[in-house]
Design a protein around this ligand. Structure first.
Ligand SMILES: [Zn+2]
Length: 98
C-alpha cells in the first residue's frame, strides 16, 4: 500500500536494475495489483483455488479494499474454513510463486 512490497516496478523506482516487466507473464508492468489480481497467472490461481466470487469479481475495487474485504470474509468454502483464513495463505503462495 505504501510501495514497500518489492515488486519489480517498485524496485525499478528505487534504482535497482530490474526490468519492470512481470516476472511471471512478462507482458505487463509488475505492480502489486498486477501480481495479485491482474496477471493471467493470478487469475488462473484464484480460479484453481475455487476462490469465491468476492475474489473473482471485485477486481475493479482498489487493492487495499479488496485485501481487507477478503481477509475479513466469513464465507466458507467446501472445507468449512472461512475464506478470510484461507486468503492470506493463498496470497503468500501467490507471492512466493513470482
Ligand atoms: Zn503478469
Amino acid at each position: 500500500m505504501h510501495n514497500s512490497v518489492p515488486v519489480r516496478n517498485v524496485l525499478a523506482d528505487r534504482g535497482i536494475n530490474y526490468s519492470r516487466s512481470c516476472s511471471v507473464c512478462k507482458n505487463q508492468v509488475e505492480s502489486l495489483d498486477h501480481l495479485l489480481r491482474e496477471c493471467l497467472f493470478a487469475q488462473f490461481f484464484w480460479f484453481r483455488m475455487r476462490a469465491p466470487q468476492l475474489v473473482m469479481t471485485r477486481r475493479t475495487q482498489n487493492l487495499e479494499d479488496w485485501l481487507y474485504e477478503n481477509c475479513c470474509s466469513k464465507r466458507t468454502q467446501q472445507n468449512h474454513i472461512p475464506w478470510g483464513a484461507i486468503f492470506p495463505f493463498a496470497l503468500w503462495n501467490l507471492w512466493k510463486h513470482s
